[in-house]
Design a protein around this ligand. Structure first.
Ligand code: GAL
Length: 365
C-alpha cells in the first residue's frame, strides 16, 4: 500500500519536478473522505491559517539540513497565511525525553497541528499516542518512523503522516554516480577491487542504514568487487566526520572512494583528505548526499564527485500543503515521498539555482 502510494506520488512529484515543487495539489481530496476525516482540535469552528497554532519539533536545530527545512517551512507557512507568532519551533537537542516533555507542554498550552522530526524514530509510537489523545493531527518529517507505526496509522485511520524521501533511492543514486566514473578510473591501484571508506550518519537512523546499504548494493549488483577499508559514524556532522576520516586514513592511506551519508560529512572528509596530502577528485573520490550549497561548490571545483539532492524546498511545500489539508479536514495519505536527484558537475549549477531561488518561487496555497 505504502509503496504503491509512494510510486503514485513520486510520479506526480517527478512531473512537477524540481522547480514546481509540491503542495496540496498532490493531496487527493474527496468529499466522502473529508467527512470521515478524524477529528482535530480545529473541528468545532472553521479554522483559517491565521488561527492555526503550529508546533514544529526538530531533532537538532544545528543540523544543516533540518535548519534549512525549518526556515523554508516557516516561509511557506507565512506565504500560506499562517502567522509567524503562532508557529512554535522547538529544538529537541537530540534528547527524546526533552522532545516528549516539550510536546506535552505545547499540547497543554494549545496547539492545532504538530510537525515532528523525531529524535528517536523507534519511539514515535509514544509521540503519536500523545498527539492522538489530544486530537492534534501529526506530520512526521525527514526521520521516518518504523514500518509498524505507519501500519497503525493506516489501520486505525489516524490523522498522522510522514513526509520525506526514500533513503534507499539516495544510496542507489550514490552507487550509480560512482559507477559512472568508470571502474578503470577509480581502481587506482589496479587490483580489480574498489577500496572504500564509509562515513555514516547517526546510529539507529533509517537514512544511515539505507544509504549505506544501497550505495554498496548498487555497486555489487553491477558486478563490482568492493572492499570496505574502514567505517565510522560521523553523526551528520562535518567535524566528527573529519575526525573519523583522519583516523581511517592513518590505517588506510590510499582509499579509492569515500562514501558519506550526507554532505556535511563529505566536507569533513574533504578536509581530512586534503590534510593527509591526497588530492580529492584525483587520488580519491568523495561523494555525499543532500546537495548543500557548500558541497555543490566543491562539486563544481571537482573536489567532491557528486551528491544527491534532498529537496527540502519541495518537502517544506508538501508539509505546508498537508497542514492545510488537515485544517480543511481533507483526506491525507500516510506517506508523501519526495524524489532525490543525482547531482554531479553537469547539473550542480541547476541545483544551486533551485536552492538559491527556490524560496522566491510563487506558490499558490
Ligand atoms: C538526512 C540528511 C542529513 C541529516 C539527517 C538528520 O535526511 O541528509 O543531513 O539532516 O537527515 O536525520
Amino acid at each position: 500500500m505504502r509503496r504503491k502510494l509512494f510510486e503514485v506520488l513520486t510520479v506526480s512529484v517527478l512531473i512537477t519536478a524540481l522547480l514546481a515543487g509540491c503542495s496540496e495539489k498532490n493531496i487527493e481530496e474527496t468529499e466522502a473522505d473529508a467527512a470521515a476525516s478524524v477529528a482535530s482540535s480545529a473541528e468545532e469552528k472553521e479554522m483559517t491559517p491565521a488561527d492555526m497554532r503550529v508546533g514544529v519539533f526538530i531533532y537538532k536545530l544545528s543540523d544543516t539540513y533540518m535548519s534549512l527545512f525549518k526556515d523554508e517551512l516557516i516561509k511557506d507557512l507565512v506565504k500560506a497565511g499562517f502567522k509567524e507568532e503562532n508557529i512554535t519551533v522547538v529544538n529537541s537537542a537530540v534528547s527524546q525525553g526533552y522532545q516528549m516533555l516539550q510536546l506535552r507542554k505545547l499540547i497543554a498550552s494549545g496547539v492545532d497541528i504538530l510537525v515532528v522530526n523525531p529524535v528517536n524514530t523507534s519511539k514515535t509510537a509514544e509521540v503519536t499516542d500523545l498527539a492522538m489523545e489530544a486530537e492534534v493531527p501529526l506530520v512526521y518529517v525527514n526521520r521516518e518512523p518504523d514500518a509498524a507505526e505507519e501500519i497503525r496509522w493506516e489501520s486505525e485511520s489516524m490523522p498522522v503522516t510522514y513526509i520525506g524521501c526514500d533513503a534507499r533511492q539516495a544510496g542507489t543514486f550514490q552507487g550509480k554516480i560512482i559507477m559512472d566514473l568508470g571502474f578503470e578510473n577509480i581502481d587506482k591501484n589496479g587490483d580489480g577491487v574498489l577500496q572504500y571508506i564509509m562515513v555514516k550518519g547517526e546510529k539507529n537512523n533509517a537514512d544511515t542504514y539505507f544509504r549505506t546499504r544501497y550505495s554498496i548494493d548498487a555497486l555489487k549488483k553491477a558486478g563490482w568487487n568492493v572492499e570496505k577499508l574502514a567505517e565510522g559514524n560521523g553523526n551528520w556532522d562535518k567535524n566528527v566526520a573529519e575526525y573519523v576520516v583522519t583516523e581511517a586514513l592513518e590505517e588506510n592511506p590510499s582509499p579509492e572512494v569515500i562514501i558519506c551519508n550526507n554532505d556535511m560529512m563529505a566536507i569533513g572528509a574533504l578536509e581530512a583528505v586534503s590534510k593527509s596530502g591526497l588530492v580529492a577528485g584525483d587520488d580519491v573520490y568523495i561523494i555525499g548526499a543532500d546537495a548543500f550549497e557548500v558541497a555543490l561548490e566543491k562539486i563544481l571545483e571537482g573536489k567532491i564527485v557528486g551528491t544527491v539532492f534532498n529537496n527540502y524546498v519541495e518537502q517544506a511545500r508538501l508539509t505546508t500543503g498537508t497542514i492545510l489539508s488537515y485544517m480543511k479536514k481533507q483526506n491525507v495519505a500516510h506517506f508523501y515521498g519526495s524524489d532525490y536527484v543525482k547531482v554531479t558537475k553537469e547539473n550542480a549549477e541547476t541545483i544551486l539555482g533551485i536552492i538559491r531561488e527556490g524560496d522566491e518561487t510563487e506558490e499558490e496555497y
